[in-house]
Design a protein around this ligand. Structure first.
Ligand code: C2E
Ligand code: CA
Ligand code: CA
Length: 473
């Protein structure tokens, strides 16, 4: 329920069709009286389609916007609050009890809510399991109590009941809102937050101004992403990997930076947004392609590049012809595959084993190196480690930074993980190496590959290129 009350294309087409039918009727000699009769009926039909949910005979989202606008125009919004709710797990109710029973539950639930409305209060419905209430601020609690947990009877003979629980976004008072669609924003953002925080038992989130600011900046970022991809505003930074036996450059990781309006934006600001809206899939290919462009340039000017790892998000896994697309992207630049390592985060391993296996084997057979990223933060099973062709296990920085007291669990974890990696004959690299103490710990555990601020932060491509030159001098 986030659109403003514009006509849908369907309604627009319907209106145009009706207008042309009226014109034809007029051409065929229909009287003005007949025409105005037809027009009046049409208006009624059209209003019904525009403002009713068509299922429970309740007003719909368009009606909501119209009412919100009227409340604002007449200054009565100061007396009102707004509540947006979504019935939890309703698709499961549907699966378990069947469509007839769940329909009855929904109908009875909505009709009880409707009975709670006082004069000049409104309930709007739309879709399977969403609804919105505009009620007097004093009555907000009464509705919330019902929405938190409502016992709904669905069999009038046996009196069997079902417990309906909702996730809720609530704005207790819409008095300082001056645009109708902001009333919906002020409850839909909190509802999203309530749904996302279900694991911690949250069922209702209230609107406050700080929520608005955060959501606004996220929305700005989200809006700018497609253009940023098109205008190539994302830059590849290279963070060196270092061999601790020789202290020489052993590889690099390609990390993304967004150059936007003279500002450098870091991944923690935009990657979560891109993961949510799916554009991370495109970013990964953008990064792979741009990494290959750099590698090609270095090969062309006679520099000997190192292997560069690129991150592949879980969003991509399972997409059609992923392996082909990766190979094609690299082959356009004629970059030998052994210059590319693909990093999959440990959480990626939650995806189906069969899909992961197909991807891993395909990429491995094509000559790419495969690394498991952030190892030690998730729950990878031994079978995922043993039965898939990993080349490198990348140990997460969280296992490193609390190692000063040897009795601490993390230190023990670090030791046992490095030993396990070695036993399996895989290469271990540790990221987040920040101090000499870190390096000592790595060496004590026979771990000789490191990446971290102790050596370098991620470097712009031209600085990294100079590094390649000095290595070869
Ligand atoms: P990551 O893949 O685990 O990358 C390592 C992150 O650790 C990088 O943060 C890097 O700058 C940071 N780091 C490196 N050395 C140190 C250190 O010594 N100490 C500390 N505290 N941090 C260190 P960055 O570049 O901000 O990237 C953050 C995350 O964003 C990455 O974590 C990765 O998950 C994601 N990311 C960045 N670029 C891409 C991309 O192109 N595609 C995808 N899918 N994700 C990306
Ligand atoms: Ca990584
Ligand atoms: Ca990592």
């Amino acid at each position: 329920m986030t659109n403003s009350p514009e006509e849908s294309p369907v309604l627009n087409t319907l209106r145009q069709t009706f207008d042309s039918l009226l014109a034809t009727a007029r051409e065929q000699g229909a009287s003005e009286e007949t025409i105005s009769l037809l027009r009046a009926n049409n208006a009624e039909f059209y209003n019904f389609l525009m403002f009713s949910d068509g299922r429970f005979d309740l007003p719909n989202r368009n009606a909501f916007y119209k009412t919100a606008a009227e409340l604002i125009e007449t200054n009565r919004n100061k007396e009102y609050g707004c509540i947006l709710f979504n019935i939890r797990d309703f698709h499961r109710t549907n699966q378990i009890l069947g469509p007839d029973v769940s329909n009855t539950i929904l109908e009875n639930f909505l009709s009880s809510l409707k009975n709670k409305l006082s004069e000049d209060e409104y309930l709007f419905a739309e879709g399977q399991d969403d609804g919105v209430i505009l009620c007097k601020t004093d009555h907000v609690e009464k509705f919330l109590e019902y929405l938190q947990c409502a016992r709904v009877e669905y069999d009038s003979i046996t009196h069997e009941t079902y417990e309906v629980r909702c996730a809720v976004g609530c704005n207790r008072n819409i008095g300082n809102i001056s645009v109708h669609f902001m009333v919906m924003e002020s409850v839909s953002i909190p509802l999203k937050m309530a749904r996302a925080d279900k694991a911690r038992g949250t069922w209702c989130v209230f609107w406050d101004e700080s929520i608005g600011l955060h959501a606004w900046s996220q929305a700005l970022i989200e809006d700018s992403i497609p253009r940023a991809l098109k205008d190539e505003e994302f830059a590849v930074y290279f963070q060196p990997k270092v061999n601790l036996k020789t202290y020489t450059l052993a590889g690099a990781e390609a990390l993304c930076r967004w150059k936007h309006n003279d500002k450098l934006i870091y991944p923690d600001e935009f990657i979560p947004v891109m993961e949510r809206n799916g554009t991370i899939g495109e970013l990964d290919f953008y990064m792979l392609e741009h990494t290959c462009r750099h590698l090609r340039r270095w090969l062309d000017i006679g520099l000997q590049p190192v292997q560069v790892s690129v991150n592949l998000s879980r969003v991509n896994i399972g997409t059609e012809s992923l392996i082909d697309r990766i190979i094609r992207t690299v082959d356009v630049y004629n970059v030998p595959h052994n210059f590319i390592q693909i990093e999959l985060t440990e959480t990626t391993t939650d995806v189906g084993f069969a899909e992961l296996k197909e991807l891993m084997e395909g990429l491995h057979d094509a000559g790419f190196s495969m690394a498991i990223d952030d190892f030690g933060t998730g729950y990878s099973s031994m079978s995922i480690i043993r039965n898939l062709p990993w080349n490198v296990i990348k140990i997460d920085k969280s296992l490193l930074h609390e190692h000063t007291d040897p009795s601490q669990d993390r230190h023990l974890m670090f030791k046992s993980i490095t030993h396990m990696v070695q036993t399996l004959g895989l290469e271990a690299i540790v990221e987040g190496v920040e101090s000499l103490d870190d390096i000592t710990l790595l060496k004590e555990n026979d771990c000789y590959l490191a990446q971290g601020y102790y050596f370098d932060k991620p470097l712009p491509a031209d600085i990294f290129e100079q590094r390649l030159r000095t290595v070869q001098e």
